[in-house]
Design a protein around this ligand. Sequence first.
Ligand code: 13P
Length: 251
Amino acid sequence: MRKNIVAGNWKMNTTLPEGLQLAKEVNDALKGVDAKCDVIICVPFTHLASINGVIDKNRLGLGAENCADHVSGAYTGEVSAPMVASTGATYVILGHSERRQYYGETSETLKEKVKLALANGLTPIFCIGEVLEEREAGKHFEVVKTQIEDALFDLSAEDFSKLILAYEPVWAIGTGKTATDDQAQEIHAYIRSVIEGKYGKEVAENTSILYGGSCKPSNAKALFAKPDVDGGLIGGAALKADSFMGIVEAF
Ligand code: 13P
């Protein structure tokens, strides 16, 4: 059975002291609840090792927000998958729309990143999703299918089974405009059918597909109640322990 997951994506927010404080608050809050889902925080590279030292990893998973498409060498400013893994982190967000939009990430580079993440024991949280014009033109199904096919479909079934997917419509990210629970269900079911077409029913049924884009405590319950929505990838609402916990407790 696939897992329910709530993952925070802190993006480029918090200084190290602020991030440590937030991680401790989430960690402490989780002690008091019987969470019905896996809970993960994905944080800036600079915070990984320190946060790894203050959280209970049985309760709270730790991830990075990106990794390099090379393993080591003369790539000034980049952070490799082995470096991320050496901090104690076990997840990495890959293919976030902000990386695709602002840093020119393509399916070709993402393919390498996914392989390196897997080879270093990291679980990729792989993001897909259409922009507003594509949704309005009715192309969203085609867009997500191509994103999945181009970056992921040369993986073996065994490797594909290690991934978490996140559907994040770009028009819903940080805009306050959430996809309705029916819109999310419709495209999540479609994504699962695309996976089934390539890897078969068992792999498709076991893949967790998270929704991301203005998810908050007030809408999480309805979204997570949908059969193909297996949790959320949370931006803004992950930056306060109480709103993040409100989403965790929506399960
Ligand atoms: P918001 O929750 O701030 O809309 O961000 C979603 C997101 O991009 C998570 O990766």
